[in-house]
Design a protein around this ligand. Structure first.
Ligand code: FE2
Length: 285
């Protein structure tokens, strides 16, 4: 074991890493895995099946755990792990059933957004439940010079509050979405629309349809069309890696360089269950 091999998964981003046991990595191999993650943005390791405790231990090697604001879906005896699940037991969801259904970077609505997300598949449906990632470094590099100049130095406003986002439909899962989101949403956070990666020095676009609701010091009349233009650019399929999950996939990604999307489409009685851990990042610069 630990004869690590890195194989690209698409022209856009992503690599499969083979020859490792994520639960038992020596320091040197872990360092190479982290480098592979920085270089490839998304890393897939098949056939892992880490327990919640082992997944937490693995995540801690990347840094400090970041806890989700949705406390009701943290695993009871392992609160570092958030349950994403379509399972319903006694009429109640056991995890977040619809997490990530719009393009986003995890926790960009707080001052120090997530650096790394680590997702372990537990139950995978035959149909549906795929995930996509888009390469925000390439998205930035392929902007035309005029657009690059226009966003230079601009700061995006990020909010968890879906009801304040002009691009989001009114959620149907909550009885009173305005109250639900007002109660849970932290204060707005403000991040450079182009951020620099602390390890690679690469620049990436750092905005998302789900969480970026405006631009600091810019009227919506100017800000919203500019965001629309940028979101149309990042929708380019050439930037995307599409992942079809198998049970035991351990997938990690670098939120500073990518947006991701849960494709949905899971049809009951089939279920999808994933265990998520997130690692705190730096204040974006
Ligand atoms: Fe997410």
């Amino acid at each position: 074991m630990n004869q690590m091999v890195v194989t690209p998964l698409s022209d856009a981003l992503g690599a499969e890493v083979t020859g490792i046991d994520a639960a038992n990595l020596d320091e040197a191999t872990f360092g190479r895995l982290r480098d592979a993650l920085h270089d490839n943005i998304v890393v897939v390791v098949r056939g892992q099946a880490l327990s919640p405790a082992a997944q937490t231990h693995f995540a801690r090697r990347f840094g400090e755990i970041q806890y989700h604001i949705n406390s009701e879906y943290k695993m009871e005896d392992q609160p570092e792990v958030l349950i994403l699940s379509t399972e319903i037991v006694d009429g109640k969801n056991v995890g977040i059933p619809d997490a990530g259904s719009d393009w986003h970077s995890d926790h960009s609505y707080v001052e120090r957004p997530t650096a790394y997300t680590i997702l372990q598949s537990v139950i995978v449906p035959k149909v549906g439940g795929d995930t996509e990632w888009t390469n925000m470094v390439k998205a930035y590099e392929t902007l035309d010079d005029d657009l690059k100049a226009r966003i230079q130095g601009l700061v995006g406003i990020h909010s968890f509050n879906r009801t304040r986002n002009p691009r989001m439909t009114r959620p149907t899962r909550h009885e009173n979405p305005e109250a639900y989101f007002a109660e849970r949403s932290p204060p707005d956070s403000f991040h450079p629309m182009v951020r620099t990666h602390p390890a690679t020095g690469r620049k990436a676009l750092f905005i998302s349809p789900r969480f970026t609701i405006g631009i600091l010091d810019l009227d919506d009349a100017e800000a919203q069309p500019l965001l629309d233009e940028l979101f149309a650019h990042i929708a380019n399929r050439d930037l995307v890696y599409h992942h079809n999950w198998r049970p035991g996939d351990l997938v990690m990604w670098d939120n500073r360089q990518t947006l991701h999307l849960a494709c949905g489409g899971v049809k009951p009685p089939e279920v999808r269950r994933m265990h998520r851990t997130t690692v705190q990042g730096e204040i974006p610069f």
